[in-house]
Design a protein around this ligand. Sequence first.
Ligand code: ZN
Length: 411
Amino acid sequence: MKVKIGLEIHLELKTKSKMFCACKNDYDYEDEPNVNICPICLGYPGVLPTVNKKAIEYAILLSKALNCKISEKIQFYRKNYFYPDLPKGYQITQYKVGSIGYDGYLYLNLDGGKKVGIDRISLEEDTARTIQTEKDEILLDFNRSGIPLIEIVTKPDMENPKECVKFLENLRLTIQYLNISDANMEKGQMRVDVNVSVEDNERVEIKNVNSIREVENALYYEINYQIEQIKAGKKIKRATKMWDDYLKETREMRRKETEDDYRYFPEPDLPHIQIKDIDLVFKTPFKVYEEIVKLGVQKDYAEIIVRDLRLCNYFENFLKHSGDAIIGSNFIVNILKSFDKLPEPKELAKLSILVKENKIPNHIARQKLNEMKENLNVENILKNMDILSDKEVEEIARSLIEKFPEALKQK
Ligand SMILES: [Zn+2]
């Protein structure tokens, strides 16, 4: 049966301050509850928000990295609803027109292949955090209220849970390359809502699944459930569900609000923002992969390096010291990857050149790497190795020819 999956991802940004006030953005959740607060992020009546420029810059960066067009004029809206984590009664967000980016895509593989469409990328403020205690009390932490949040809405282009996993892995990696968020799902820095429909029936939304693995599990469960329902002749109703990662099942929560319920209207306290002359330098895993493969590195090695930011930064440093890309990538993937600490990139670069020029045999280089680990020192290897000069090699050859003249004639 035909399956269509779309995603809505919320991403907390690593800015110093919040979206519309100067409070500290403690997005790692390390501070005591309710210390980074002010009248603006507590939603007192009559206060005026101001826009965080860095957050806009980060949203433009992500939009560009996801191949989106950028709106010339950015506009904020009020989304009206009341919930205990949003006492001011509305969230400042963006709406159909004037969101930061629109009409982009992300490849499912580092070397291209299928694209998943990005509908739009917008900026909004996070709500307060609700914490349920063992005594069944609900506590509110307003440190989170007003943290800059990017919303990424995809087109329903994914056809199975595996494609979703690939999309989310590539998205998270791209975000980490841009360094705009750590995108840690367990900390809630990246939250994923999944929309799934089978055979063009009504779509079901699954909320707040907190790891990529659980997104996959939730989808397998929900798709199988819907297929069974359809086969039994039952109707699929539009619903919002929760994924219970303990019982491994989806459960219905509430009927989805329609857009009218939110009564969106332009935020009167914030001006339109014109975006001009954007010239941002950034790298994406896709670009870096392409560059590394161009250097002759085999594709599976390039993928392992690009998918691990630590290795990738290291490899780039290694290349800056004129290391040999092919030999270096081999050492990194087969030996260095398991090290806690990596040797100086300069030393590995020197070693790779000596191996390339046959001055140190490959197996010796590997052995030394394993022995010296992060303390790799090429001078020391050379000192303790009997490396023959060209003249010495010639002398050995001559003496062998004199000793075995018959062997030479046999050729
Ligand atoms: Zn504040």
